[in-house]
Design a protein. Structure first.
Length: 149
């Protein structure tokens, strides 16, 4: 009786782990789009961040974290593209797909950790109130001109 209870617990935990991994793979495309959106927003403010980093140590640290996160994303996507190529190159059979699926799961787990780091970076980014390139200057100037007419 004790053995069947332990086996049942192990089976339930395994099913939960499998579902979690499948969910990571399922959301991979959406996660990529979300991360791209965050990077686009941050990219628009990099000029102001670089200028402020000369005087503000916290901005320097933030830029360093951003650089490392961007490198992690780049490496992760290279691994993902390498794995995608393997899948397209062969006519997959059920068992031949297992190593490729494992690699994709590893990439999806890396995605989760990079996504979490990018969330922290984005939260810090918003707290700095960076100006977004020349567009912010145009908007402020345009707003000033409209109010003074």
């Amino acid at each position: 009786m004790l053995t069947s209870a332990i086996v049942g617990i192990a089976k339930d935990k395994m099913a939960s782990a499998i579902a979690g991994q499948a969910n990571l793979l399922w959301n991979f495309g959406n996660d990529l789009e979300d991360m791209n959106s965050v990077l686009e927003s941050i990219s628009a403010a990099l000029q102001d961040a670089k200028r402020r980093s000369a005087k503000e140590k916290l901005v320097q640290l933030w830029l360093k974290r951003l650089k490392h996160a961007a490198l992690d994303i780049s490496h992760m996507l290279e691994d993902y593209q390498d794995n995608s190529g393997e899948l397209k190159a062969k006519k997959p059979r059920v068992l031949s797909c297992l190593p490729i699926a494992r690699k994709k799961i590893v990439v999806a787990n890396r995605m989760k950790s990079v996504r979490d780091e990018l969330k922290k970076i984005n939260k810090e980014y918003r707290s700095f109130n960076f100006r977004q390139g020349d567009m912010m200057m145009f908007v402020k100037h345009h707003h000033f001109c409209l109010n003074n007419q």
